[in-house]
Design a protein around this ligand. Sequence first.
Ligand SMILES: OCc1cccc(Br)n1
Length: 445
Amino acid sequence: RVLSSSSSPTLTQEEADGPVGKGSSLIDVNPPRGTRDFPPDDMRLRSWLFQNFREVSRILSFEEVDFPVLESEALFIRKAGEEITQQLYNFEDKGGRRVVLRPEITPSLARLVIKQGKSASLPLKWFTIGQCWRYERMTRGRRREHYQWNMDIFGVSKVRAEAELIQAVVLLFERLGIKSSDVGIRVSSRKVLQAVLQMYAIPENLFTQVCVIVDKLGKITREEMEKELVSLGVSTKAVNGIIEVLSLKSLSKLEEVLGSEGEAVSELKKLFSLAESYGYADWICFDASVVRGLAYYTGIVFEAFDRQGKLRAICGGGRYDRLLSTFGTDDIPACGFGFGDAVIVELLKEKALLPDLSHKVDDIVFPLDEVLDGTASSIASSLRKKGRSVDLVEDKRLKWVFKHAERIGASRLILVGNSEWERGAVRVKNLSTREEFEVKIDELD
Ligand SMILES: OCc1cccc(Br)n1
């Protein structure tokens, strides 16, 4: 057939359908660079991990929320030089709007809290699991997407909120079989750095940028850090003072430097006391070098790390009491964490803690004669209505069916044969005990 239309030259059917079959070049079957497919085995592991995220969220009595992966770019325009804002997966949509694939979840949470306004009675305890994106130059071959579990509390200004969040993280690790000897949680507060900047009379408005630079400690050299801080106007003396305080790993030493009166020390002491009461004190340690890289943190910050030091941070979070005012409304005290789906799996592999998650099915129903196809369908249907997972197989040799049963981890094989059916029965083979018996159809459950 020759296709023609006023707007296009005449095309043969083949031209219109595009290349088909052996002669044409195969499309690239890989997902876009830096992204992942989840075939069944990988999806079972991801679902298992996410089920644990959900269960911990339920146990801490958090409510689930969700947002579009696509957000207005305006939500993420920040001037503090964070890596996350320099790698925005941003573009202009067909309506000329500046949009992004979100690089994190917290701003969306804040947006929804603002949108809900007075109808959202505080405190709010919300969680979500969502995909986040960054446009990373593939030079380092890093991923461009990951899934993040976020838990956030709005409307609690005391460190009780941070203590609750850290318990959630600890409960998750314990559910996965990870022990405090495998993983620690470094805890500090940005108020430590704030106090040091005050000691050196560094203007408040440099605080956020100093935090973002200091967060690179360990990723860039001390000289590079000093250069970046000095270029902000921080004196070399102050740089040395900052690095000296940030190397502290003892809360009592911090108290000697900052005194006991300030919020930095008092809040941290309160948190460590609560940790004893929760029973997770052996999981956490004070480490003044923890500042985290997001501009909006204002208080306690924390991150989980593998004690062997082989992996990047497993999760991290902190208090962000002044994020909402950057969106033009009254502040609400808030804190939360993000827990990615990638590093935790690397850790589970390291610790040989990956669970066996093979495919499981309850029953295979197989008619031994095609005249019994209808009968097999009604048997499968009644079992499914009882909630059993059933794989209905036909047009196969019995030998194949037994191998298939093995492959999909079926518990029972239900063979529908003429002679049994004449007696209103089927043959049932228990695939773990290998027992085989005849069952009246109205007794099959
Ligand atoms: O943790 C930073 C981040 C944000 C978005 C996507 C990926 Br992968 N990583």
